[in-house]
Each structure stands twice: as structure tokens, then as C-alpha cells.
Ligand binder design. Structure first.
Ligand code: NDP
Length: 251
């Protein structure tokens, strides 16, 4: 099994990307709204606590990739990559679920299980890539400097936008139209930030594994941003007409 995995590593990732593309096309053409958050439906099978669900579904990402890539602690570049990953997933797995003020809110277990599977597979591909293929390198390579810059710009956009949404939630007055900063341009700057972040990661460690993560993030978040955007327009008659869903001035 292990032998098959390593022998066909790149082919398996290509299949993984193809599956992501099929999922993307399905979500776009069927206009399916992933049933979590505001789109959750009561008749969606077993439901569990929202914050706990987030913690469980993101946990494999926090653990698997760093364990695999930190096999050789003498490789400071591999350690650096694992630290970037840990920084993101410590926030997403521990801090974010503690901060979202969604008491009594539930998430379908089907969503938790599918995200758990996604994070496990993605962690395996990216972790093994770093363990097997990333060698010690000069940190001042052009792609690394540019990639790190893009990664942190994306993270900043993602976290500040999530913060804004969390603070709206805290006011306990239902959903509101978010205002200010990048919300002037798009409905989902948190998703835009996440997509930019993993594009930056791909530039730092260019490989089919990091490309698959960037593509899957886009395949997942672009349809969801279109769903949110449509939902905002349905719910609020005064929703700003010039605001796009996720890519400023474009989409
Ligand atoms: P959302 O933008 O749907 O929601 C974030 C939080 O803010 C939720 O608690 C939500 O409540 C609340 N909220 C959102 N809009 C409003 C509003 N207008 N008024 C009041 N409260 C609001 O983000 P997701 O839950 O989909 O994702 C959370 C994070 O996880 C994001 O940073 C995203 O980038 C990341 N993510 C990454 C993925 C990847 O593939 N890499 C996949 C999915 C998420 P409620 O739950 O009730 O909607």
C-alpha cells in the first residue's frame, strides 16, 4: 500500500485535482449550497455543535502535515514551511472555533466528515512532499520572498475579515451587511484572503501538492462565495450593487 502510494504520488495528486475540478463544476452548475453556517438545513441528518465540529474537521490538518514534514529537523527550510502551515491551522483549528460566537448552532456531521477527509488527504500530500522532496535552500530566493509576502497578505485579509464577521455575530442581531475595508469590494474577503494565502504557499514551495491545495481551496470557496453573495442579495434589498462575490471588480 505504502509502496503504491509513493510510486504513484504525483498521479494520485492529479486524480485528487481532477476530483476537485469535478466537485467545483458540480457546485457551480447545480448551485448547491454547502449546508453549513447560514445555509444549514434542519433536515440534514445528524447535527453536532458548530465550534466542536470546526475543531474536529480541521484537526487532521494541524497534525498530519507538520508531523510528516518535521521528520528532518536539520532541514530549516522544511521547518519554516511547517511553521507557516502551523500558524494558519493553529488559528483555524483552535482560535477560530473558540471565537465564533455560534452557541446553540449546529453543523451536519456529513460536512465535518467530508472536511476531515479533505484535511487528512491534503495534509498527507503536502506533508510527504515536504518530507521527501524539499531540500535545504537559501531563504533569500526570489520566489520564497515573494511567496511569503503573498502568504502573509492573504492571512491578514483572511483574519481581519473573519474578525469583522465574528464581531457582527457578537452583536446577536442576526446577519447584517458587513461594511468597510475589502467588504466594499467583495462579499467574502475572508475567502479571497484564504485563496491568496495558499497561492503564496504554492509560490514558496512550488509543487503539484501545494498546487492541489491552492486549486482545492479555490474550487471550494469560489462556489461558496457565489452562494453567500446570492444569499446577501436575496436577504437585503439594499445590498450594494457594485459589490462582487470574491474577486474585486471581476466575480
Ligand atoms: P463565513 O464567512 O460563512 O462565516 C464566518 C463566521 O461569521 C460564521 O460564524 C458566520 O456565521 C459569521 N457571519 C458570516 N457572515 C455574517 C454576517 N453577514 N453577519 C453576521 N455574522 C456573519 O465563513 P465560513 O464559516 O465558510 O469559513 C470560516 C473560515 O474558514 C474562513 O476564513 C474560510 O476562509 C475558512 N475556510 C477554508 C476552506 C478551505 O478550503 N481552505 C474551506 C472552508 C472555510 P454563520 O456560521 O451563522 O454563517
Amino acid at each position: 500500500m505504502g509502496h503504491f502510494f509513493f510510486k504513484n504520488f504525483e498521479f494520485l495528486i492529479l486524480c485528487w485535482i481532477t476530483l476537485g475540478l469535478i466537485t467545483f463544476l458540480y457546485l457551480i452548475y447545480s448551485k448547491t449550497r454547502a449546508p453549513y453556517g447560514r445555509h444549514v438545513k434542519k433536515k440534514r441528518g445528524i447535527l453536532i455543535d458548530n465550534s466542536f465540529g470546526w475543531f474536529i474537521m480541521e484537526m487532521p490538518a494541524l497534525i498530519i502535515m507538520p508531523i510528516l514534514s518535521l521528520q528532518n529537523l536539520n532541514n530549516s527550510f522544511a521547518v519554516f514551511i511547517a511553521c507557516l502551515w502551523l500558524l494558519h491551522y493553529f488559528n483555524r483549528t483552535i482560535v477560530f472555533p473558540l471565537r465564533i460566537n455560534t452557541k446553540k448552532k449546529k453543523i451536519p456531521i456529513s460536512i465535518v466528515l467530508s472536511a476531515f477527509a479533505f484535511n487528512s488527504i491534503n495534509g498527507l500530500f503536502n506533508g510527504y512532499h515536504v518530507q521527501l522532496n524539499v531540500s535545504q535552500t537559501n531563504f533569500f530566493e526570489f520566489n520564497i520572498i515573494v511567496g511569503v509576502l503573498i502568504f502573509f497578505i492573504g492571512m491578514l485579509i483572511n483574519i481581519t475579515s473573519d474578525n469583522k464577521l465574528i464581531s457582527l455575530r457578537r452583536q446577536k442581531m442576526g446577519y447584517k451587511i458587513p461594511q468597510g475595508k475589502l467588504f466594499k469590494l467583495v462579499s467574502c474577503p475572508n475567502y479571497l484572503g484564504e485563496i491568496i494565502e495558499w497561492f503564496g504557499f504554492f509560490i514558496i514551495v512550488p509543487s503539484i501538492a501545494s498546487l492541489s491545495f491552492f486549486l482545492w481551496t479555490s474550487f471550494n470557496l469560489i462556489p461558496r462565495a457565489l452562494n453567500h453573495h446570492e444569499w446577501y442579495n436575496e436577504k437585503f434589498k439594499n445590498y450594494p450593487k457594485n459589490r462582487k462575490a470574491v474577486i474585486p471588480y471581476t466575480l
